[in-house]
Design a protein around this ligand. Structure first.
Ligand SMILES: C[S@@+](CC[C@H](N)C(=O)[O-])C[C@H]1O[C@@H](n2cnc3c(N)ncnc32)[C@H](O)[C@@H]1O
Length: 325
């Protein structure tokens, strides 16, 4: 990969600093006139530089499930929206192809998915993503749809909760936590749930991370169906890329990164194993070229400046240009 060009983060956006910004911009190799999709608009921290790099006539289709994010973007990028260079759509990226088709985006030059939660969402207690401030147990990216975290915690069977916390939180004390939660529910606020998890596991025991961190991660993944939506968006992103177009995905935990890594490896492989026959399989033309054999991670300076970048992993792949082109 080329050395990342230096792209300045917008100083007005102190509430949400875009993660791995230089690496994303260098990785997408954006040219003037490019058509791009930002599937996770958030505060527009990546969209802003995408608009700059694709100027004067490139276009960005931005999507976010959170209506508040769309309102913020509409204010922040008023002129770009008015000129038609940015289209901001409230929607779920699981519908990427449908949304792109509606907005007449096809054969695009680059797509970015910066997964998970924004600092705006984390820092708004009403959204219920964080236990450092008290708020309702919600955690939905789109608060107008789907089950809230409270509905899951207060209604699911103990075994279902334990499985959820184990699988999505990778929490080895999941059974103990689920038993305690079921015995002490209902829970309506984030801090009460966090305290209960802490009690269930026997306190902090010198750990640097709060004992409820994994349980909160598990609930957020379940509430927003994050892993299934990720599995479903990747092939759609590939279909939307033109030959030579690039996909960049930033993930924040190992479950997401594994999905991205394994999917990219399958698409980049020239051999498809036969599921029914251990020794069978066939050759094919790879549908992706991996640009990051190892995921890119934040520099020490970025982590010091923006601690949220600590766990970020960026993977980039390109749709190959057919040899006869
Ligand atoms: C990490 S933030 C993106 C931040 C953005 N790149 C920036 O620098 O300002 C992730 C955003 O994606 C949104 N999001 C997460 N999953 C989504 C999905 N399946 N569909 C649409 N938006 C989603 C969240 O609401 C959140 O605003």
């Amino acid at each position: 990969m080329d050395q990342p060009a230096s792209v300045a983060a917008d100083p007005h956006d102190a509430a949400h600093l875009p993660v791995l910004l230089n690496e994303v911009m260098a990785g997408l190799a954006i040219r003037p006139g490019a058509w791009l999709i930002d599937g996770t608009l958030g505060g527009g921290g990546h969209t802003g530089p995408m608009l700059v790099e694709s100027a004067p006539d490139g276009r960005v289709l931005g999507i976010d499930g959170d209506p508040t994010a769309i309102r913020r973007i509409t204010t922040k990028f008023g002129p770009e929206i008015a000129s038609g260079r940015l289209i901001a759509v409230h929607g779920n990226f699981v519908d990427l192809e449908k949304i792109a088709q509606q907005q007449h985006f096809a054969a695009v030059d680059g797509i970015l998915l910066d997964l998970g939660v924004s600092s705006f969402q984390l820092q708004t207690p009403d959204r219920g993503f964080s236990f450092s401030q008290d708020g309702p147990l919600d955690m939905r990216f789109d608060p107008t749809q789907g089950l809230s975290a409270a509905e899951i915690v207060n209604t699911w069977l103990e075994e279902e909760l334990a499985d959820l916390i184990y699988q999505y939180g990778e929490e080895i004390k999941s059974r103990r936590i689920a038993r305690y939660l079921v015995a002490h529910r209902p829970f309506v606020t984030t801090t009460k749930l966090a305290q209960a998890v802490e009690t269930a596991v026997g306190g902090r025991r010198g750990s640097r991370i709060h004992p409820a961190t994994r349980t909160f991660q598990a609930l957020r993944i379940a509430v927003n169906q994050e892993l299934t939506h990720l599995e479903q968006v990747l092939p759609q992103a590939l279909n939307l890329l033109k030959p030579g177009g690039r996909l960049a995905v930033i993930s924040f935990h190992s479950l997401e990164d594994r999905i991205v890594k394994q999917w990219m490896q399958r698409e980049a492989s020239a051999y498809v194993p036969d599921k029914a026959n251990l020794y069978g399989g066939h050759q094919r033309t790879p549908t992706l070229t991996i640009m990051t054999p190892k995921p890119l991670t934040a520099t020490e300076q970025e982590v010091a400046f923006n601690p949220r970048s600590r766990s970020a992993k960026l993977r980039i792949a390109e749709r190959p240009i057919p040899l006869d082109d």
